[in-house]
Design a protein around this ligand. Structure first.
Ligand SMILES: O=C(O)c1cc(C(=O)O)c2c(n1)C(=O)C(=O)c1cc(C(=O)O)[nH]c1-2
Length: 251
């Protein structure tokens, strides 16, 4: 396992920087998390699956807001034209015909109440803090760092490829319809990650900026990791459900 805090020392070529970024994902992406392994191993209770969907809704809901922050920081119209597709993917034409609506469908297919999910009231405190940290990172850091923080999407087709077949095989209450959200994501994520990676490789033109890009991706892996830590701590064995958070009987 690497400490990436000094990875750009002396400056890297574009291909070396790309290799470091891919190594960050290889070592730190949330497909390495025990909660993900329990999910793909068929070991989650239905309550844990519901808690995952309910908490993950908060992440989905913040994505277009952080992308709007990125748009606001971008001075190049061509950049904005490319990046705004991400907001359209999540919000759809009318707010409820894109990815957020499909995530809500996933949650309600698991038996959750749509209004309870949308209210985010029952999410874990750590989920709220993690998601809020992502939004403020993209608000307060440079455009390069915000774009680099989206590069976890380079690895999301991998985790989706692990998750979807396992969920269909191991949980009898999960169907293709439940998981419709994921059918479009790998293609969208590859398009978005290719664009973001080209931007980062083109704009991280000093050792300092390269290190900022690496740190941003490490930070984002930490966000995703912290969200699964919180789920495991709250709903795994023994359960430690914080006051006010989702309880299975209240679903
Ligand atoms: O299923 C996943 O594990 C996963 C991971 C990620 C990610 O790596 O950030 C995203 C998504 N899904 C996703 O659906 C999504 O729309 C998305 C947007 C972003 C981003 O940072 O802009 N990440 C992700």
């Amino acid at each position: 396992m690497s400490d990436f805090s000094d990875a750009a020392r002396g400056g890297l070529s574009k291909s070396e920087l790309e290799a470091v970024l891919r190594q960050v994902g290889h070592e730190r992406y949330h497909n390495r998390h025990p909660f993900h392994h329990r999910m793909t191993g068929g070991d989650l209770s239905k309550a844990e699956m519901q808690a995952w969907a309910l908490n993950r809704y908060c992440y989905q809901a913040v994505i277009p807001r952080k992308d709007a922050m990125i748009l606001a920081h971008a001075e190049d119209p061509a950049f904005r034209a490319a990046w705004r597709k991400r907001i359209e993917d999540h919000d759809g034409e009318d707010g409820w015909s894109g990815g957020i609506a499909r995530w809500l469908h996933l949650a309600t297919s698991l038996g959750l109440d749509a209004e309870a999910v949308k209210s985010e009231r029952l999410a874990l405190p750590a989920t709220r803090f993690a998601v809020g940290a992502y939004l403020s990172f993209c608000t307060n850091r440079t455009l390069l760092e915000a774009v680099a923080s989206s590069l976890t999407e380079m690895f999301s087709p991998l985790i989706i490829g692990e998750r979807v077949p396992a969920m269909l095989a191991k949980y009898d209450y999960i169907t293709e319809d439940t998981l419709a959200y994921f059918s479009r994501r790998p293609e969208q994520a590859s398009r978005d990650a290719d664009f973001a990676l080209a931007y980062v490789l083109g704009h991280a033109d000093t050792a300092e900026r390269q290190q900022q890009a690496i740190d941003a991706l490490v930070f984002k892996c930490d966000i995703l990791w912290a969200m699964l830590d919180a789920l495991q701590h709250a709903y795994g064995e023994p359960a430690n459900i914080p006051p006010g958070a989702f309880r299975p009987e209240a679903a």
